[in-house]
Write a protein of this length. Structure first.
Length: 510
């Protein structure tokens, strides 16, 4: 496809292929990236998007085909070499060192020194503070990264990329863990970079935001290039058709049954900040969840949404006060085992860190939370365990070649299904879902929406935390909005709208 503006590409990919153990992740892919434009690289999980980006940025130095950068053929040995040339990648999977500070992570490998050759911490700290302020991340640059939420860590990754004098900036799912408010800040930064003639390569499963920010699109499917074009000349339905080769419809939840039977009640729940005992991460929250109801929890990053789920799940008993009732019976939640015994399950925000053991296989991950039911005299019944794994592979339509495959080899959507299987195997009454579709493709999203609907129809109570307002509005019967650790509004499905939710999320009076 000819570029709308008659300028040469800054990056040309010609007939690039990449093979892993005899299987091609990319097959003869060609595309062009232009300066001052956002090129959306689109495709389902497993389409080859991230593999291609890792080749461009030097993560995978060995591949077939050619890459030309500013007219010169290049092949980078590592990401540092690519970054020095002006090609920087922000990975979907966070690439920070947990116990180091924000400043140390930002300047890792590009430290500033004094004239005596010593590390110039004051200057690095000052620059780091400026970058964080630019992204409106109100955190001390000296804070250790492992004290930040996933969304805050994502902003630190973006800040690190801004340190380089990038000519090509690759963003792999940059908004997967940040709220709508932070997305707007990111888009403002992208527009500034476009004005500076930086080429942005943007990977996202959120098609709506691509129409807002992208100039061009490149579609990959099953490792092959399918189509290029201008965003203004296509539609969401056309892109989905190109990506998956089938029509996808997100079924909006419409449950007309009377939802009267209470399954979960939370009264005056508070979660004290472990770093500041006078501060609260969750403050005096109360709500009721009924059988068959989906409660959506909305709010900006840092509002206390994830912390609320963690408090209900018994993760911080020494810091939590208030009461939790299951089926009108008060339950004592001193640990996760108490929560599971009470019928509560939590699918966490960070599936790789908190939800899975990556080097274990699908069967082993599926059985983790229900080993007691699969064991006799302290020994696991392997046959029962395998049957459990196969049962949920079938029920959740998980795309795996074998129950024995390690989960780290699966796509994001299939990994999420394994976590869901693990908790569904405990037969929960209440299912807490924290960002359940973060970083997964539109096809897998539609399947998870369908599963939420099915579980609710079977009488399960479901709580969904999501940073995507359309997602909240699509699945929820009731929407609870949080701002600065407190509940600021509760809307029925009929009352809820994006405008109302956003007003409540920033605590603005209607």
């Amino acid at each position: 496809m000819q570029n709308k503006i008659n300028i040469p590409p800054v990056l040309e990919i010609r007939n690039v292929s990449k093979e892993f153990s005899g299987v091609y992740a990319l097959k003869n892919v060609s595309m062009e990236i232009f300066p001052g434009q956002v090129t959306a690289v689109i495709g389902e999980n497993g389409a080859g998007k991230s593999t291609l980006m890792k080749i461009i940025s030097g993560v995978y130095p060995e591949f077939e085909g050619d890459i030309f950068y500013r007219g010169e053929q290049v092949s980078f040995k590592n990401p540092k070499e690519a970054a020095e040339k002006g090609i920087v990648i922000i990975h979907q999977e966070l690439n920070l060192i947990p116990h180091m500070s924000i400043t140390e992570n930002l300047f890792l490998g590009q430290e500033l020194t004094t004239k005596f050759g010593l590390l110039d911490y004051p200057r690095m700290h000052e620059k780091a503070a400026g970058l964080l302020a630019r992204l409106q991340l109100d955190v001390n640059p000296g804070t250790a990264v492992n004290r930040l939420r996933v969304g805050q860590q994502q902003l630190v990754e973006i800040a690190r990329a801004l340190l380089f004098d990038s000519k090509v900036l690759i963003m792999d799912e940059p908004t997967s863990a940040i709220s709508d408010h932070e997305v707007k800040l990111l888009f403002r930064i992208i527009k500034e970079l476009k004005a500076q003639n930086v080429a942005i390569v943007y990977i996202s499963h959120k098609l709506k935001e691509l129409f807002e920010i992208a100039d061009r699109f490149e579609v990959l499917r099953d490792g092959a290039h399918v189509r290029s074009g201008l965003m203004e000349e296509t539609t969401q339905d056309k892109l989905i058709g190109l990506m998956v080769g089938r029509e996808i419809k997100n079924r909006i939840r419409k449950n007309d049954e009377n939802l009267n039977e209470e399954i979960l009640r939370v009264e005056n729940l508070s979660f004290r900040n472990p770093e500041n005992k006078t501060d609260f991460l969750v403050s005096d929250v109360s709500f009721t969840l009924r059988k068959g109801e989906v409660l959506g929890i909305a709010g900006l990053m840092g509002a206390g949404r994830s912390e609320l789920l963690e408090a209900i799940f018994g993760l911080h008993p020494q810091l939590v006060s208030g009461s939790v009732y299951i089926n009108n019976k008060k339950v004592k939640l001193q640990n996760v085992s108490d929560a599971v015994a009470a019928g509560i399950a939590l699918v966490p925000e960070d599936r790789k860190l908190q939800g899975l053991i990556l080097n274990m296989n699908v069967t082993e991950n599926t059985s983790l939370a229900s080993l007691k039911d699969l064991s006799s005299f302290g020994f696991i019944n392997n046959n029962k365990e395998v049957q459990l794994g196969k049962k949920y592979i079938k029920e959740l339509n998980t795309n795996v070649p074998s129950v024995n495959i390690e989960v780290e080899k699966l796509s994001g959507g299939n990994q999420q299904k394994v976590i869901l299987a693990k908790w569904l195997a405990t037969n929960p009454k209440v299912l807490l879902l924290d960002e359940p579709t973060r970083g997964i493709d539109v096809g897998a999203k539609a399947e998870i929406y369908k599963l939420i609907k099915k579980l609710a129809e079977l009488g399960m109570g479901i709580v969904v935390v999501s940073s995507e307002l359309p997602e909240i509005l699509a699945v929820a019967d009731t929407v609870l909005v949080m701002s600065e650790s407190k509940v600021t509004a509760i809307y029925t499905r009929e009352e809820a709208s994006e405008e109302k939710i956003m007003r409540a999320a920033i605590a603005e009076k209607e």
